[in-house]
Design a protein around this ligand. Structure first.
Ligand code: HEM
Length: 131
């Protein structure tokens, strides 16, 4: 399976089922990660649901996140949390592990990671000395 015959990345990866599986594989890794786990609330379920809505939209599926929450303003929503390069890398490595775990086609894994690395580094809002 490649991107070629699909209109959106959302369709190419397998739509709703795959986005759910990504989110379910991703957050246990995030919670277990020493650099980023402590930033998240103990009850991760609401975060998982929002991420499901957001990634659906971000990958080109239905605009579920904006329909419920208005403009994503994702960088602004991350400002309360000190995010440095190491934390952005940690987030992306959890995502990489999740994509591998669910067995997504390798070409698609690379595309998904590439698309997410832009926002991840864009959300950096502090140098490590401030953390
Ligand atoms: C760069 C490293 C990142 C860190 C350390 C990080 C951390 C966090 C934290 C701590 C929250 C708040 C959890 C809560 O208390 O509700 C959050 C929310 C969220 N993050 Fe990230 N995040 C990162 C990157 C990303 C990326 C790359 C995306 C997607 C492109 C993303 C999407 C979201 C979404 C959709 C939410 C929920 C927003 C809402 O409340 O509506 N995050 N993130």
């Amino acid at each position: 399976m490649t991107m070629n015959s699909y209109h959106t990345l959302y369709e190419a990866i397998g739509g709703e089922t795959t986005v759910r599986r990504i989110v379910e594989a991703f957050y246990p890794r995030v919670q277990a990660h020493p650099l980023i786990g402590p930033l998240f609330p103990e009850d991760i379920t609401p975060v998982m649901e929002k991420q499901y809505l957001f990634l659906t939209q971000f990958f080109g599926g239905p605009t579920l996140y904006s329909d419920q929450n208005g403009h994503p303003m994702m960088r602004a929503r991350h400002l309360p949390f000190p995010i440095n390069k190491e934390r952005a890398d940690a987030w992306l490595s959890c995502m990489q592990g999740a994509l591998k775990e669910i067995g997504l086609n390798e070409e698609l894994q690379a595309i998904v990671l590439e698309r997410l690395s832009g926002p991840a580094y864009h959300f950096i809002n502090t140098g490590e000395e401030e953390i």
